[in-house]
Design a protein around this ligand. Structure first.
Ligand SMILES: Cc1cc2nc3c(=O)[nH]c(=O)nc-3n(C[C@H](O)[C@H](O)[C@H](O)COP(=O)(O)OP(=O)(O)OC[C@H]3O[C@@H](n4cnc5c(N)ncnc54)[C@H](O)[C@@H]3O)c2cc1C
Length: 403
């Protein structure tokens, strides 16, 4: 990618993360993936470089940059490992709710340790029975005096085992549907709050994804996000609008990483190609063969050109969405959904095609291309499946014409 339009500071950030990725991710990614080991080495290196809260304002201890820089970092990390990319990005997903809906006191209390990288945060919205239809959640928070008591189970909590802060959504008024949903801040070790079953996943295996059990966890009322009941669902939706470019950036990094590796392979490895043909009975028969780099075959070059063009198109969509968010644009749902849809579908297509270009070798366990392919799949599902992204885009399109 031509990065000349990035500021020197942005280029410096990418360069720094690239160096850290080569030192900490490249030698370990296959092992972390195979054995589901959390990537603490790279997380600690990012903490040491003060890169864990780039999107958090300076007054809360962050670098005061934006979703764009978040995306640049997630893309770079994901070029080397998609699991590490999401382990990092989920801190934005977990902290956006506080930035968007927290009281000033909550921001001052909860954001600085996240910005310094001392604490990781996760986002607890989904449940067994409520994924796409998040508003139908059944986890409940019952007010008792100055406290709320939480009962229920959260599912698919990314960073669940590694995080120490959890943004948890629960209904405070089941009769009001999604308008009865509220958000709470919980910490690991809180009585009757348990980090449960860890999923054995197909991809992004280095990052832990857990069930969370709330067995009557009693929290003081100042843990209610924004100090107001019923604002949780809107908070979650606004959060997802801002976080989806991060998933798209993860997909972008995966696609770019897979393509780079494939081009290197095709230029360094030779294949046998027909040099001349004989035409007989309406068919061409090769009669002389020659050895040449696989990349010299025009049919292969055309496939590479198409994949690279799609990646670049995805990149522009992701960067535009992120920049619009940072510019404070009013309606970001549509562009955010578009970049997530296009970049993640592109990642799936590119990683699948790259696997074909590697041939049978690319399908072997522990081969980096096979890992890129497995890591890419989830990007089409989490933070709203790509069917849900289509719904979001279509609703926005239709609304703009019926207004
Ligand atoms: C590895 C992993 C990590 C995750 N991390 C988190 C996390 O950190 N925090 C969190 O809260 N959640 C997390 N999730 C949950 C994730 O966001 C949900 O899995 C996702 O929203 C889809 O929900 P579901 O799996 O229940 O599928 P369902 O909602 O049951 O959907 C099943 C299928 O039906 C389709 N569908 C559903 N409704 C519609 C509709 N109205 N129109 C058209 N098609 C529809 C879907 O597109 C999908 O294809 C994670 C999931 C995974 C797998």
């Amino acid at each position: 990618m031509n990065q000349e339009f990035l500021t020197p500071k942005q280029q410096e950030l990418i360069q720094k993360v690239r160096e850290l990725s080569k030192t900490y991710i490249l030698p370990n990614a296959a092992k972390w993936d195979r054995d589901q080991i959390y990537p603490w080495e790279i997380v600690q290196a990012l903490q040491a470089e003060k890169l864990m809260g780039v999107w958090i304002p300076e007054k809360y201890g962050g670098l005061g940059l934006g979703v764009f820089e978040l995306c640049l970092l997630v893309e770079e990390l994901s070029r080397h490992c998609g699991g590490v990319g999401v382990a990092y990005a989920v801190n934005a997903l977990g902290s956006f709710p506080i930035l968007l809906g927290g009281t000033e006191e909550q921001k001052q209390e909860w954001l600085p340790p996240i910005a310094r990288g001392e604490k990781l945060i996760s986002f607890g919205l989904s449940e067994k029975i409520s994924g796409s239809d998040a508003g139908s959640m059944i986890t409940k928070a019952i007010k008792e005096g100055d406290e709320y008591v939480l009962y229920g189970e959260k599912k698919w909590n990314t960073n669940g085992g590694a995080a120490t802060i959890y943004t948890i959504y629960a209904t405070t008024d089941p009769n009001r549907g999604h308008r009865g949903v509220s958000a709470f801040l919980l910490e690991k070790g809180h009585p009757n709050f348990e980090i449960g079953y860890m999923e054995d996943k197909m991809g992004i295996r280095t990052v832990s994804v857990h069930e969370l059990y709330l067995n009557g966890a009693r929290v003081p009322a100042d843990r209610l996000l924004g100090g107001k009941e019923g604002t949780g669902f809107a908070n979650a939706m606004m959060t997802l609008d801002r976080a989806r470019p991060g998933v798209a950036a993860q997909a972008l990094g995966l696609a770019q990483g897979a393509l780079d590796l494939t081009i290197e392979y095709l230029t360094k490895h030779s294949g046998e190609f027909p040099k001349s043909y004989t035409y007989e009975d309406g068919q061409f028969f090769p009669d002389e063969w020659e050895s040449a780099p696989k990349s010299s075959e025009q049919a292969i070059q055309f496939r590479l050109a198409e994949l690279a063009t799609k990646i670049e198109a995805a990149r522009h969509l992701v960067y535009t969405a992120a920049k619009l968010i940072d510019a404070g644009a009013k309606n970001i749902s549509q562009i955010s959904a578009m970049c997530k849809l296009f970049a993640t579908d592109t990642a799936m297509e590119v990683t699948s095609e790259c696997m074909s270009l590697w041939g049978i070798e690319g399908c072997l366990r522990d081969h980096p291309i096979e890992k890129y392919y497995r890591d890419a799949k989830i990007t089409q599902i989490y933070e709203g499946t790509n069917q849900i992204q289509r719904l979001v885009i279509a609703r926005n399109l239709l609304r703009s014409f019926s207004a």
